[in-house]
Design a protein around this ligand. Sequence first.
Ligand code: AMP
Ligand code: GLY
Length: 428
Amino acid sequence: MNVLIIGGGGREHALAWKTACSKQVSQVFVAPGNAGTQLERKVQNVAIGAEDIDALVDFALENKVELTIVGPEAPLTMGIVDRFEEHGLTCFGPNRSAARLEGSKDFTKQFLERHGIATARYRTFDDAADAKRYIDEAGAPIVVKADGLAAGKGVVVAESTEEACRAVDDMLQHNRFGAAGHRVVIEECLQGEEASFICLVDGDDILPMAASQDHKRALDDDRGPNTGGMGAYSPAPIVDAEMEQTIMARIFRPTVRGLLEEGIHYTGFLYAGLMITPQGVPEVLEFNCRMGDPETQPVMMRLRTDLVDLIVAAVQGKLGSVSATWDARAAVGVVAAAGGYPGSYSSGSVIRGIEHQGSAHSKVFHAGTSLSDTGEIITAGGRVLCVTALADSIAAARNDAYESIGTISFEKMHYRSDIGARALGELN
Ligand code: AMP
Ligand code: GLY
């Protein structure tokens, strides 16, 4: 079978690698991919952007692609699944209507409220003066979110009302996130411990992936600005078997049932960003309509089942008849970013020490990389790569990941030195 993976980040490298491991797959195409996917066995890059849906449809038709897996949210919210299906192509991911769970925070908050699913109290505004009046009444800390997609950067957890008002001005007055920020959701700041929980959904049945957790802030000790994610680990100790049951009963089942009641058939990965309150109650911070990046990297390292079997079952509505098995070991992934990320950064630096990496227990997943004309691996994005290691404990996997990343270098490379610390009880 020929499989097409859409996207070019670390998540897509991990999905492409895992897909290529499947015996039923003869060829994996990645559009546009990165240097890591280009160098992977059975994998070939295709020079088409992830949002160029017409060209992707043509490519899939011409190359007898039987299954397309969509990595990032943007093409999903643009309706790539609907478009592929119009041409009789199988595309794994939520359709445009279902992808609103990520594409509009206001839609999601209203949905959660309608179905009695726990989430922070909120109000939605498109007028800055009204928003600021509300902030003054509610007080700080308070959270300001751009309604639409903002590459993981549209959330400000404000410690003061001044900071919250500045965020409102940035989004509503200064066009910081374009149209995505012309409406803002302002919500109560929840306390507790965060966990990511990702499931496969076939419209009706739900298959949980191994629990994982990412580190969103740029700097050690969870300081600095929010990023797409600077590292991740799996399992997440806070999500034990009992918490998993609670998350399924209180969040995932009511969500999938609620969607069906509203006529929305959700097929794809569904990612819930959760805050587990000190009383042990999971509340929804956000939904994403895709796998997480970098959570995918450690999660795919631990998946022992054929990923393509699971996805084909989901596409056929037969998720109830399959199960996933997981490596009992822990996986930790550490992201190396370009200097300046999540702000502006430069590209084109040669990455040294990366050629000889990788073993049965560790893997460098590329993100923002490309091959230069002379065949060197160079930086081409903010998050450059994610070194992921598998070992008997989170502490051991973390040591292995840091040992590997220590031998890789590029100009102005930076990475956090404390990925996994929360799981080990070192961060409060
Ligand atoms: P989101 O993109 O909605 O997950 O937000 C990014 C990050 O902001 C989350 O991972 C949390 O750390 C934080 N966050 C979002 N919403 C809230 C909230 N209501 N209370 C506290 N922290 C939040
Ligand atoms: N790591 C967070 C995300 O993928 O949204």
